[in-house]
Ligand binder design. Sequence first.
Ligand SMILES: [Zn+2]
Ligand SMILES: [Zn+2]
Length: 620
Amino acid sequence: FCLNSICTGLNNLNRVRVADSSEERKTNPDKPTALENTIRSYIENKRPMVVDPSVGTTFDSLDEAYSFYNLYSWEIGFGIRYGKSRLNVHKKKCMQEILCGCSGQPLKDNSRSTRCGCGAMIRLLRTTDGGWYISEHRAEHNHPLSSTCGEKLHWQSHRHIDRHAKDLVYNRNFFGGMESIPFTKRSLRSLCGKISREQSDKDAMKTMDVFGKMMDEDPDFKYTVQLDEDSRMKTLLWTSGNCIDKYACFGDVITFDTTYRTNLYDMPFGLSVGVNNHFQSIILGGVLMRDEKEESFRWVFREFMRLVGGNENHPKTILTDQARAMELAIAEELPNTKHRWCKWHVLKKAKECLGAVYGKRSSFRAEFHHLVSELYTEEEFELGWASMLEKHGLQKQPFLTQIYEVRQKWAIPYFRDTFCAKMTSTQRSESANHMLKGYIPPGCSMHLFVKQYAKLQFDRDMEESYQEKRTALSGVVLKSNLPIERHAGKIYTRNMFEQFGECLYESGHYLVDEVEAGRLYTARHSRSGSREQWCKVLFQVKVDRASEEFECECGFFSHAGLQCPHVLKVLIHLGYEEIPGRYIMKRWTRDARDILPKHLRRYQKDIGNNGLLFHSSWLR
Ligand SMILES: [Zn+2]
Ligand SMILES: [Zn+2]
């Protein structure tokens, strides 16, 4: 760090440059460091936290003190920054404060600043031999602390903490029998490395045991491991026979999300998720990664396709978070797949960046959601966006300006020809965080993680069984009793029939005009006065009766795989009693799967009541 930048606060007016920052105590290799001492006292006292910045702790340099307090802040869950300092008569620094990142007042009103006047800090003074000691430690914060590692990563000051030091604190429970191990400065680093390596090797072995058991249950279970140059596990990817079957039917659109972080190794955890014919999110595979580099993502996508048998059958569309490395990896490994961002991640950012404007009851929020979730034409989107900004005076809002510039990546109107299996609608919580919540305890080891993942998978399979049963066994309630609705009730799953019902209801708003008999029709909204100015009210539907082609300019079918209200209205107008075959997408129908997976097989006709074979004692 640069010492000049440290002299902030009260010294601003008469800032004196500190020419030589090296006026600090020489390091004595035989003397234990503050970190070694704190670990030793942790082992002896078994206090809840490893790092303890108690008054009197000494350091050779400010650098060392900063790293020490930084490690403490990382363990507890807050960020830090340098506070005010003081020089003595010789222009030598004699006092330095290091503060909680939330101390002080926001530099600007109504900003995203996390500053809230928190008083937590340490004050450092010089020791007689030119080192530093903690003269005061205020431990209380006036704000909540970050509990998960993912949150901790948001603190700027935590970006560069030594990995070995982190490992050491992570693995604090393993220090039980270490009283006899001599600590010296030189050995600390290698010792930490060794311990964390032994622990993670043990964990890796246990993980393989869990995989072994999963393979006993499921002969089609597959996993693959990428090793680093020290033969340590770098990336881990797994999938099951059940997932492979699902990929074959529903692998056309997948999401891939690595925003969940495990506490123990700070590893990102990824889920690949699809959507089945019941419009349920289905897990297709899990991945644990040590880093999020492009090369690692490339390995993940390549191996995932190999495991689920998608080598010849890449997804049409993949939705991810905004990680740049992932974007590059997809372009290389899945060149024919359209890449989009999950709207969910964009909206999550909106919540963070827009503050009160985006409050629960704000009319802006409702308009914003509507605009980004409905399938408008691009023209409608542009007009709607401009009128929304104007209405709320947000033309210069930086976040909105920024996301508008990349709208092609996430706004539905730009996905019109991209089949997304309706994965982009706001109600869906396909994010890994959402799914894993409640399954993965903090500080979860790898093997426990894999086990908990299997539990999550098991529970979701149960929900799938329920939907399969609902579709197979219960009847449907018709709203309009039109022949075309009865037909939809026979072919679609219950959930998709309900969605079809919404389109059918919507079609009731439209009046059909014949432009050219048998070739061109228009659907006109009958209550155009009640809609937004920029909303399109007239849709052209091109018809070819011989080949039963119906093409609407709204583009809904190619996006969602269900027919739009405009074509539905034209079909009814022309007396169709069934949805033309080419517009029935198999993946939404009751028969989406020709062969049902084991746990659903009892709902298949002519097969007895012997399903639910997936029952494992080790899962409990
Ligand atoms: Zn604080
Ligand atoms: Zn349409």
